[in-house]
Design a protein around this ligand. Structure first.
Ligand SMILES: Nc1ncnc2c1ncn2[C@@H]1O[C@H](COP(=O)(O)OP(=O)(O)O)[C@@H](O)[C@H]1O
Ligand SMILES: [Mg+2]
Length: 547
């Protein structure tokens, strides 16, 4: 466009200069013509002089006078003629000069011409391309227009389609809601029957708690969450491994956001030790999966141990008009198959023996058993046990994850009216990490340690297997742990296991191992729970718990 403007400007300049030149020429020609006319006029005046010459032939004074006058006149006229000639010459000079100027101008115009021509030529070169582009524009515009029209129609079609889809989806959602409601009811009914069956058969209850993803776990690789719970079915759990979803069905699954209070709802089971039942709860799972958190919890947010004991003391308080209770506790740790008392400062090593009283009961000589009067008192005792576990732990790397901690609560009850006596027992166990030896790359001392941990866990597994298969011989004596749990893990007792799992992909192997173990444990039937009650000197026959 700039070049087109430049071109038109130059064109205009050229036209102007040509016009000026033509004008000047025209003016000069006019001038010359006028001068020639005047010259011709002057020339035509000559006959007057001729006439004067004729009169001179008469020689008379008047004639002479006339002659002299005529001569004078003649001279004047000659003078005039000279002047006219002079003017004529002068004019001719002017014409020549004007010709020269005109010539110069013409020269200038010609000089200007090539420059203008080159600009024009350049513009002419560009012109076809521009013209071509311009001519292509309408077709592009046409394509755009058709595209636009097709898009518009597509959008219109889409909105119609979308509207129908939404209507359809709404219908589906409503149908789904009804279905979900039916499903929930069905699941609840199933759970109820399952509970009754578990109660009748005395199955070990298996609960699973999924650990939330914490900030400190975030730096690790494999951060994908692979464990999912079902909001509509609190027994179901799905683990995604190698692209396949594996479903597990347990007695209860706690989702990652479940609170300590929710998890502690197994309290009724625990506090049935008041009625003379032997109860055992153990937390199982790999190191770091939250076993200690679930069992002990923190000072601000205590776990099952403290909450259950609080509940126990509340129950005792409520029954105080009919029953009196004596509650005593002991706490031990098993590390490398060595038993230590967590309630004694020096952490004495202890042994397990058969009670010499002839009852066949187990006995740990030297174990501190403390009688507790209130919940506040038991809180202090729990704090001592926790502190001692940490103190022993600092002497050994990774100690706490390699040791089992046991809290045993014995509740002796006396019915004030009948004098009947109950002996309830509660074992709360925080097991060592269940990870496999090969994974920790253990060697030497650590291998022995790992084997010892695993010996206890393997022994636990064997006991569970034997119980599941209803074997007559249950191998309780194969490890310190199973030996200690013998009277709470066997027939007629109430047992629950909390399986702790991490939801991260990096732990999926351990998670699957723990859940497979949990499913085996689920199938163990301990038979109907038996109450340990003495009425008039003999034990009551086993019967179903009234829970
Ligand atoms: N449900 C949970 N909510 C918050 N923090 C948890 C939870 N479970 C475990 N943790 C934290 O994870 C870490 C490891 O848990 P811990 O109970 O020591 O594992 P374990 O005893 O199985 O080795 C601890 O810092 C603990 O506070
Ligand atoms: Mg722990």
């Amino acid at each position: 466009q700039q070049q087109a403007e430049q071109l038109s400007h130059l064109e205009h300049q050229r036209e102007q200069s040509e016009w000026r030149k033509a004008e000047e020429l025209r003016r000069r020609e006019e001038c010359v013509r006028e001068l020639k006319l005047e010259l011709d006029k002057e020339r035509n005046k000559e006959p007057v002089v001729k006439y004067v010459t004729q009169t001179v032939e008469i020689e008379s004074p008047s004639t002479l006078l006339q002659l002299s006058e005529a001569r004078q006149q003649n001279e004047q006229l000659s003078e005039k003629l000279r002047n006219q000639r002079e003017r004529c010459r002068h004019l001719e000079e002017n014409v020549r000069h004007s010709d020269e100027v005109s010539c110069n101008l013409q020269h200038k115009v010609f000089k200007l011409y090539p420059f203008q021509n080159s600009s024009i030529a350049c513009l002419y070169v560009k012109f076809p391309a521009l013209q071509k582009r311009l001519s292509a524009l309408p077709s592009t515009l046409r394509t755009i227009k058709t595209d636009y029209a097709s898009l518009r129609s597509q959008v219109r079609n889409f909105s119609d389609f979308y509207g129908t889809a939404i209507k359809e989806a709404k219908k589906q959602v409503k149908a789904n809601k009804d279905l979900i409601e039916k499903y929930r009811k069905e699941v609840a009914l199933r759970r109820k029957y399952h509970e009754q069956l578990v109660e009748l058969k005395g199955n070990i209850r298996v609960l699973c708690r999924v650990k939330p993803v914490l900030k400190e776990d975030q730096h690790e690789e494999g951060q994908t969450v692979v464990v999912t719970t079902d909001p509509n079915n609190e027994s179901a759990l799905t683990v995604l491994s190698k692209g396949k979803a594996k479903n597990f069905e347990l007695d209860k699954v706690f989702h990652p956001q479940a609170t300590q209070e929710e998890v502690s709802r197994v309290k009724p089971l625990i506090t049935s030790c008041i009625d003379g039942y032997h109860v055992c709860i153990f937390a199982y799972g790999q190191t770091g999966s939250g076993k200690t958190y679930t069992m002990e919890g923190s000072v601000e947010n205590p776990g099952i141990n403290q909450r259950a004991l609080k509940h126990l003391f509340n129950e005792i308080e409520e029954r105080k008009d009919m029953w009196t209770y004596t509650v005593s506790v002991s706490s031990v740790e098993i590390y490398n198959e060595v038993l230590r008392d967590l309630l004694s400062k020096d952490g004495e090593k202890l042994d397990i023996k058969i009670n010499p009283d002839g009852t066949g009961q187990l006995h740990v000589p030297g174990l501190r058993v403390m009688e507790v009067k209130s919940f506040q008192h038991i809180k202090k005792i729990l704090a001592i046990a926790r502190k001692n576990r940490i103190t022993f732990g600092t002497q050994m790397n990774q100690h706490s994850s390699r040791s089992h901690a046991l809290l045993t609560v014995t509740v002796l009850g006396t019915d004030l009216a009948s004098g009947a006596k109950t002996t309830g027992k509660l074992n709360l166990v925080d097991l060592a990490g269940s990870e496999r030896v090969w994974k920790s790359g253990a060697e030497g001392e650590r291998l022995k340690e790992a084997q010892n941990i695993n010996r206890s866990l393997l022994a636990l597994g064997d006991v569970i297997q034997a119980l599941k298969a209803h074997q007559t011989h249950i191998p309780f004596r194969n490890s310190r742990l199973t030996y200690l749990l013998q009277d709470s893990l066997g027939k007629g007792n109430k047992t629950a296991m909390v399986v702790q799992v991490s939801s991260l992909e990096s732990n999926v192997g351990e998670t699957l191992c723990s859940l497979k173990f949990a499913q085996r444990v689920c199938k163990v039937e301990l038979g109907p729970a038996a109450r340990k009650i003495e009425t008039g000197g003999h034990n009551e026959s086993p019967h179903s718990s009234p829970e």
